[in-house]
Ligand binder design. Structure first.
Ligand SMILES: Cc1cc2nc3c(=O)[nH]c(=O)nc-3n(C[C@H](O)[C@H](O)[C@H](O)COP(=O)(O)O)c2cc1C
Length: 322
């Protein structure tokens, strides 16, 4: 019997739990030469803003040990071009579209949500709140429970009732559970964990910072233990809230680790730059891993590691696995 890989994005059922991570596959076109985008659980688009943006100056990417720093700065064509060009392309391919949005003010988030609600075919909205609030001295929404809640509440109020809203949180906070609770209280249907961590690299030849924007977001395998910890903590505090997990997933086994911590879906980001067909491979590997663990359904694996600490394996269970 093949493993049942169906996943739930809040009330929306997906054929499988593997998604692209925002910013790592544009709006899907870049991947279409390598994989059938309709086979993914969904394509999570690069964060869309109201106006077109050129992003930050180059260089804006650098490799680090087991990771990557980027300071792309939300380059993109803006919501009008997205709705005219990118969304119809994705829907034409039969793909499910989770649209990531980013704004510089609560009003911008609200406006983006209502523009998306007027468009057909949006499977869910992922709200990237790792952006500075221009109306509040540049405080990053995701780092302040009140600001995070204000952005999510505005999106939830303006988004069509049947479109799930996921808040994407930053790990650069003292207590991610506080921010998670605040977003859920403001109406988030689910949470995406985690965005990149703020990092920096200095070139010891030129004696200058490598990135033109000085700091960048750290992603890739280096951050996976942090993603696992954040997902674990949030699942423990809010067991019924669906989580899209991401951070350094390179294989089906990595995806399973995030699922065991509490993620019901997994986004793949940096690995796509190494292997553009990674999502297909990881989905296959995840099915094999679940079968190997004796699990018939993906949903049985979600958060399973929590049960294992409450019920430590008996001697006989341990003995049979040695
Ligand atoms: C080049 C690049 C661009 C990204 N752009 C976005 C973005 O536009 N919006 C967003 O919410 N996250 C963005 N992210 C963060 C990823 O979606 C993801 O949360 C993070 O990279 C961790 O996953 P990974 O280690 O699998 O890449 C970006 C990451 C990278 C590497």
């Amino acid at each position: 019997m093949p493993v049942d890989l169906r996943a739930k994005l809040a009330h929306v059922e997906l054929p499988n739990p593997i998604l692209t991570a925002s910013g790592c596959a544009g709006a899907g076109r870049e991947l279409a030469r390598f994989i059938d985008v309709a086979r993914l659980g969904a394509v999570v688009t690069k964060s869309v803003m109201l106006a077109p943006r050129a992003g930050r100056p180059t260089p804006r990417m650098v490799e680090t040990p087991s990771g990557m720093l980027n300071s792309i700065g939300l380059q993109g064509p803006g919501i009008d071009a997205f709705l005219q060009r990118d969304l119809p392309w994705l829907l034409g391919r039969g793909a499910r579209a989770v649209v990531s949005i980013a704004g510089g003010s609560v009003g911008e988030y609200a406006e983006l949500a209502s523009r998306l609600s007027d468009a057909p075919g949006v499977t869910a909205i992922e709200v990237n709140i790792s952006c500075p609030n221009v109306e509040d001295r540049g405080t990053v929404f995701a780092c302040d429970p009140t600001a995070a809640a204000a952005a999510i509440e505005a999106v939830r109020q303006r988004a069509r009732y049947d479109i799930p809203v996921f808040a994407k949180l930053s790990p650069d906070v003292t207590d991610i559970v506080t921010i998670a609770r605040s977003c859920v209280a403001a109406g988030a249907d689910g949470l995406s964990l985690i965005n990149t961590l703020l990092g920096m690299a200095i070139d010891t030849e030129t004696l200058r910072p490598v990135l033109a924007g000085l700091t960048g977001g750290l992603s890739g395998p280096a951050i996976r233990p942090i993603a696992v910890r954040c997902i674990w903590q949030v699942k423990q505090a809010l067991p019924d809230v669906p989580i899209i997990g991401m951070g350094g997933v390179r294989s089906g086994r990595d995806a399973l680790e995030l699922i065991l911590a509490g993620a019901s879906m997994v986004s793949v980001g940096t690995e796509i730059f190494h292997d553009p067909s990674a999502c297909d491979r990881i989905l296959r590997e995840l099915g094999d891993e679940l079968a190997r663990a004796g699990l018939d359904r993906l949903t049985d694996a979600v958060g399973l590691a929590h049960q294992r600490i409450n019920n430590p394996p008996r001697y006989r269970d341990v003995a049979t696995t040695i």
